[in-house]
Design a protein around this ligand. Sequence first.
Ligand SMILES: Cc1cc2nc3c(=O)[nH]c(=O)nc-3n(C[C@H](O)[C@H](O)[C@H](O)COP(=O)(O)OP(=O)(O)OC[C@H]3O[C@@H](n4cnc5c(N)ncnc54)[C@H](O)[C@@H]3O)c2cc1C
Length: 193
Amino acid sequence: MERRTVLGRLNWQFGDVLATQVETARTKSITLALPNWMGHRPGQHVDVRLTAEDGYQAERSYSIGSPPEEQPRVTLTVERLDDGEVSPYLTDELRAAYEEVIYRDELEHLVRSSTLLEVVHTLTRVQPSGWTGYRRRIDTEMLREVAWLPDQHPLAFICGPTPFVETAAASLVTLRYEPGRIKTERFGPTGEA
Ligand SMILES: Cc1cc2nc3c(=O)[nH]c(=O)nc-3n(C[C@H](O)[C@H](O)[C@H](O)COP(=O)(O)OP(=O)(O)OC[C@H]3O[C@@H](n4cnc5c(N)ncnc54)[C@H](O)[C@@H]3O)c2cc1C
């Protein structure tokens, strides 16, 4: 029988929630990215520590459901206990920050299959730890940094809620885009004059 000793101290590390998957009405799988993960063996578990904004902490153990080959990704499957403290948070509240990105998979696929397409995200509500992209609403400075240069006579399409469209279109005009080449579609209330 092989024996191994844990050498040194096991330290806590931050994990990013990459994805969540509903398994049944009461259980959800949570995939974490653990950049400093040291690997695991089938049958092992992790201790998960949650820290609230006021500093309160709770710890629970969860079996690792994913095979060692998937590291540094680790998947846990959590059953919701209605009167539990931690499991309802993990199954009902916890979200992957990219779950806020609409059509993410389709966009990533398009970027991979094209040398012309570039997608730039700005996450205005929540960002995963280590996020280095934009964190604010679209403004002139952001478009100056990411949009085509005006002397390339770009054709711009803007689609979204009215305030968003107006801000983006006005910013492009400020950047000397030709107004006639800025096409817009607005999501205003039905029946609005
Ligand atoms: C090695 C290991 C591996 C595990 N793997 C998994 C796994 O893969 N998936 C999984 O879902 N869970 C797993 N667990 C269980 C997990 O760690 C948690 O215990 C579980 O998620 C419940 O946590 P909770 O905070 O929601 O519930 P808790 O708040 O801890 O409550 C647990 C239960 O105790 C009851 N209780 C709490 N306080 C009292 C009280 N004062 N009087 C009477 N009853 C009380 C609650 O009503 C509830 O039913 C594992 C545990 C261990 C030790």
